[in-house]
Design a protein around this ligand. Structure first.
Ligand code: EPZ
Length: 419
């Protein structure tokens, strides 16, 4: 069993090169199946979720070569259209392979991804959208059995909610479909833009508008391409929360600051000094944070749900009371019980968390149950007085590349113990 051990209460100072975005890399890896060519993808983070995506690519018949952060995918040998439960279960977001396998082979058989620790994660918007594109879809015995039955024609799909995954699946299923597909109320997360940039570099014709409209003009054949995955905005926000909690100063490199511009003012509200240019952010903190008052998670460009948990750790030691409303996922407060073991004063009413900031937390033995909740426990432990032990770090490893090495580089007393 592994644990992350942290001796908290130390200021953090230094520089971190932020990893590539997990939530960009995963749909881009899935998209390589569509291209029937060779894709070279740089800045791909070393994460267990990326390992899971590569396993699916190999199963489908792709040749995959990995050299550090560069993944080369030759998808000319794709023959398979079924993804077994054993591979689907590895990573919930494997549902994004549905659009690419369907787009490439005309068929797809996957097991339903099911829920996860943060919510039921329904896929009704994915399936209803693919049906609008002409797919016939059967759901039986826990399997999703699809085939692209009808002849293509121009289609407009208006999403009732700007679902990131559904937007990605529509783009993938439509990229090689005759005619024009227009998505209205599409997700506007930066990862959608990065996926479109990757596909367009292979010859696709995808236009991502600023008001949530995406236009896809189907093409016949793609060509080889090369792409660099954008920096991970959530990892960046997590490390900024850590320094805002512990005090100190950090420079983050290799980020697209524009992707989280709307969040940066919150650190200044907390009392941090923040400076940024297009690809670096500098944050310093010399005092106890001030309460953030009111955070509501929203689809992009609103406050990102994936940053809710790390910000709750910041609120937990802030001066004053903060309110956090989680509007996106129905059970994304699993980190609260663990934060209270560290001395946090948090009350939950449905989707609303009321956080009474305390002067300091104390180290404790806590357990991570999901990716961003686990990251929040690391942030809290760095600020807490004394030793903390964070069990089940495998959840954290899904989205944070070598988290202890990164934090050690800026002065954290942190290591991983295997017993
Ligand atoms: C993506 O998940 C991200 N995952 C999530 O990051 C992120 O939290 C989420 O977008 C929102 O930004 C990846 O990109 C791999 P959604 P996704 O479809 O696509 C409801 C992390 O920590 N919904 O936008 O699953 C759904 O229940 C992960 O890195 C339907 O009702 O998000 C949820 O309430 C966690 N029906 C809301 O929409 C559907 O068919 C947002 O889901 C699809 C979604």
């Amino acid at each position: 069993m592994q644990s992350i051990i942290i001796e908290g209460g130390r200021q953090l100072n230094g520089e971190i090169d932020v990893q590539g975005s997990k939530n960009s890399a995963l749909p881009i890896l899935a998209a390589t199946v569509l291209l029937d060519s060779v894709s070279v993808i740089h800045n791909c983070p070393l994460l267990s979720d990326v390992d899971a995506a590569v396993a699916i690519l190999t199963h489908l018949g792709c040749k995959v070569e990995r050299k550090s952060h560069t993944v080369t995918v030759d998808s000319r040998g794709v023959s398979e259209y079924r993804i077994p439960d054993s591979l689907m279960r590895e990573m919930r977001s494997s549902i994004v392979f549905l659009g690419s396998v369907l787009g490439r082979t005309g068929k797809a058989v996957l097991t339903s991804p099911g829920g996860c620790e943060i919510g039921l994660r329904p896929i009704d918007l994915h399936l209803s959208s693919l049906r609008k594109l002409g797919a016939s879809i059967d759901e039986r015995g826990g399997e999703i059995i699809c085939s692209m039955a009808q002849k293509a024609e121009n289609t407009v799909i208006s999403l009732s909610f700007p679902s990131v995954g559904a937007t990605e699946n529509i783009i993938l299923a439509a990229a090689f479909r005759n005619g024009r597909t227009v998505i209205l109320n599409a997700a506007r997360e930066p990862e959608i833009t990065d996926l479109a940039r990757f596909l367009n570099s292979a010859g696709c014709r995808i236009e991502v508008g600023s008001e949530g409209t995406v236009i896809i003009d189907g093409i016949k054949k793609a060509h080889d391409c090369e792409h660099r995955v954008t920096g991970d905005r959530i990892v960046a926000l997590t490390y900024l929360c850590a320094v805002a909690c512990t005090g100190g100063a950090v420079r983050l490199n290799k980020v697209n600051t524009r992707d989280f511009l709307s969040v940066l003012p919150l650190y200044e509200t907390a009392g941090c000094r923040v400076k940024s240019d297009s690809h670096t952010v500098f944050l310093s903190m010399k005092r106890r944070p001030k309460a953030l008052r009111d955070i509501r998670t929203m689809p992009y460009p609103g406050f990102p749900t994936d940053a809710q948990a790390p910000f709750m750790s910041l609120a937990a030691i802030s001066e004053g009371t903060s309110v956090i409303v989680e509007n996106i996922f129905e059970s994304r407060f699993k980190h609260v019980s663990e934060l209270t073991r560290m001395g946090a004063k948090i009350k939950i009413e449905g989707r609303v968390a009321l956080i009474d900031g305390v002067r300091s937390l104390h180290g404790a033995c806590v357990t991570s149950s999901d990716l961003r909740g686990g990251a929040a426990l690391v942030v809290a432990a760095l600020a807490a007085e004394g030793r903390s032990e964070i069990n089940c770090p495998r959840h954290i490893d899904r989205g944070y590349e070598k988290i202890e090495d990164c934090l050690k580089m800026i002065g954290a007393d942190i290591y991983r113990e295997t017993r």
